[in-house]
Design a protein around this ligand. Structure first.
Ligand code: GUN
Length: 293
């Protein structure tokens, strides 16, 4: 008989943390007579970005964080975008600035991201913040990998001594994920699109974080029995009758009874990414108040 697979419910963890965050935000407001503020900048009309940004703005409201929702046409120049970021850097009511990625073609994402002051970067994506993370002195860690760590913490999954494989090496997920697992004393391997014999690598792992960005890339044969599988992917794919549905990077139905634990899509890592954005914004607000910047 197959064993039961624990479903790691990120939505539930995010909800529990949202309530606790709301209280911390109230304390902040009482102490400093203002709300933490997050500016969310969306450029162009990418439909997925539109939904993500709407969720982020709604989440801010639910936690008592003031949101500044700024939309610009895809025709905005790099110079204009950077000027907007400079203005937000200088705005005392703004503690965090998020420029939703991807940007439309023709705009330089690295330059735009680097324009954000590291002290106002709740994504933890500037080189200043990634450097601090690598040095073990993180100001804020990128939201998705941080959310994964908090899910593991919630379910009391101790990664110390585990062999962990991260599939994907992006600055926003793969690299910081590996660093956070390393800090928690896992033995970490990063696999990527050029990895030879990927299956042999993932099958050897106790914990696999899949952030490959490829719908349903990995299935049962890619994981050892009893593995812990974290699925960071989220893709909208065509389904029966012209409908679409969401799926991850993992063929999750194959893992039931095989993996020890698994994050679902939707309802796994996604809600935690947003929750971490809010928590990082509060962290930055508190740091700014304490340092008077
Ligand atoms: N696009 C998809 N996820 C993210 C994120 O976490 N931050 C930003 N800035 N853009 C994204």
């Amino acid at each position: 008989m197959s064993k039961t697979t624990a479903i790691l419910d990120g939505k539930l963890v995010a909800q529990a943390r949202r309530a606790a965050l709301g209280e911390k935000v109230s304390l902040f407001r009482r102490a400093y007579s203002r709300s933490p503020g997050l500016a969310v900048v969306r450029v162009g009309s990418d439909p997925a970005s539109e939904i993500y940004v709407r969720h982020k703005v709604e989440a801010c409201e639910s936690a008592g964080i003031k949101s500044f929702h700024i939309e610009k046409p895809a025709t905005i120049s790099q110079e204009e975008l950077e000027k907007l970021i400079d203005e937000l850097n200088a705005n005392p009511d703004v503690d965090g600035i998020l420029v939703q990625l991807p940007l439309p073609k023709g705009l330089n994402e690295t330059k735009a991201t680097e324009r954000i002051l590291p002290s106002k970067d709740p994504d933890g994506l500037t080189s200043g913040n990634l450097g601090l993370l690598l040095a073990g002195r993180a100001r804020v860690a990128p939201c998705t990998p941080l959310g994964v760590m908090k899910i593991l913490e919630h379910y009391k999954i101790d990664v110390e001594g585990l062999s962990a494989v991260v599939v994907g090496r992006s600055n926003i997920v793969g690299k910081p994920m590996a660093q956070l697992l390393l800090e928690s004393n896992a033995t970490v391997t990063i696999a990527h699109s050029k990895t030879k014999n990927l299956r042999d690598v993932t099958r050897a792992a106790d914990l696999v974080v899949v952030a490959a960005g490829k719908p349903r890339l990995l299935g049962k044969d890619d994981f050892k029995p009893g593995a812990i599988v974290i699925d960071v992917g989220i893709h909208r794919v065509a389904h029966d009758g012209g409908k679409s549905k969401l799926c991850g990077d993992v063929r999750s139905e194959e893992l039931l009874g095989h993996a020890k634990a698994l994050t679902p899509v939707p309802g796994g890592v996604g809600p935690m990414t947003i929750q971490m954005l809010l928590e990082n914004t509060l962290t930055l607000s508190e740091l700014r108040q304490k340092r008077n910047i």
